[in-house]
Design a protein around this ligand. Structure first.
Ligand code: NAD
Length: 325
């Protein structure tokens, strides 16, 4: 299939582009490089530098390349920043997504996959979190993804769009050639590994008095290759109907377990310091991925923490300064 991947120079988008190419699909990456890296775009993909909200540019790309499906990774994605700069998220992410969808409607492209988020579930009543859990966004970031999910329902009804909303929990790990290189980095595993490499002094653990097995927060880490595979399975299944899935590996690990496993994998010292809780951080957030397992036969191939951290460590060790653009 001919697939447009917005945000395909970023972490999850570039790995998905790599996997689409390996599966024989034709890939065009559209990225403004505000966060991503030109070097992350796989060699076999076409690259268009630009804004996913630029209607004329997107329509040209859709028409000239005969695009049949769009995977939309491009987004502002920092929960904390969205609490400081709500309009950037409420307007920015929503307007970009709607403009992209409008361009698709204009060009008759009817398959769409949205990168949605666990931040739709602020204080879930039940862990693991299933798709039946009521959506209560935890921030303007989560709200912007929810707004797009709701728009998708209308576009399905009115325009016959087929969509998948994939709500990822914490993406982690790397392939041999592609890994996580965000500026600023806010994700735990790369921060822990940067500390192991001596690039930062210590890891701050935000709270060790949660009602969990060791007092630190429990999160669900899903390997980026498993996420990419879920996108491809969803893409192939879209012709049977639209899909909404929570995506995690279904097992939770505490912050202390992540640090301890990273010590074991790297053989390095990793200093930690306990800070105060961050407002809005739930004690435990673990996905139920039962629905996608049952419906699409998806299974995580890298569900254990050690293999997730080992793959990230290999990438960071071979790219000590991240991508060189
Ligand atoms: N990383 C996670 O753990 C996680 C969890 C849940 C959801 N998500 C969602 O998954 C998606 C990908 O996340 P990621 O970690 O790969 O992020 P990322 O920042 O690495 O990648 C996003 C890419 O989009 C590009 N981009 C941003 N705005 C753009 C625009 N208007 N036009 C064109 N390109 C633009 C950036 O340059 C970057 O390359 C995001 O939508 C994010 O909200 C990520």
């Amino acid at each position: 299939m001919k697939v447009l991947v917005t945000g395909g120079a970023g972490y999850i988008g570039s790995v998905t582009a790599e996997r689409l190419l390996a599966a024989g699909d034709q890939v065009t990456v559209l990225d403004d490089l505000s966060q991503g890296h030109r070097a992350a775009v796989p060699a076999g993909a076409d690259f268009v530098q630009g804004d996913a909200g630029d209607r004329p540019l997107v329509e040209r790309a859709l028409r000239e390349r005969g695009i049949e499906a769009v995977m939309h990774f491009a987004s502002f994605s920092l929960v904390g920043e969205s609490m400081q700069r709500p309009f950037k998220y409420l307007r920015g992410n929503t307007a970009t997504g709607l403009s992209l969808l409008e361009a698709m409607a204009e060009c008759g492209v009817r398959r769409f996959i949205l990168s949605s988020t666990a931040n739709l579930f602020d204080k879930p009543g039940r862990i693991p979190v299933a798709e039946t859990e009521p959506v209560v966004p935890g921030s303007p970031y989560g709200e912007s993804k929810h707004a797009l999910e709701r728009a998708l329902k209308w576009l399905e009804r009115i325009n016959g769009l087929r969509y998948a909303a994939l709500r990822y929990f914490n993406a982690a790990g790397a392939t041999a050639e592609r890994g996580e290189d965000h500026h600023p980095e806010t994700h735990l595993i790369p921060l822990v590994l940067k500390t192991a490499m001596g690039k930062q002094e210590k890891v701050v653990i935000y709270g060790d008095d949660y009602p969990t097995r060791d007092g630190t927060c429990v999160r669900d880490y899903i390997h980026v290759s498993d996420l990419a595979r879920a996108h491809i399975l969803a893409l192939r299944a879209l012709d049977r109907g639209s899909l909404v899935y929570n995506l995690g590996n279904g097992r939770g690990f505490t912050v202390s377990e992540v640090v301890e496993t990273a010590r074991e994998v790297t053989g390095r010292e990793i200093r930690t310091e306990v800070g105060s809780r961050r407002p809005g951080d739930p004690a435990e957030l673990v996905a139920s991925s039962e629905r996608i397992r049952k419906e699409l036969g998806w299974e995580p191939e890298h569900a254990d923490l050690k293999s997730i951290i080992s793959s990230a460590w290999e990438w960071h060790s071979s790219h000590p300064d991240g991508y060189i653009d």
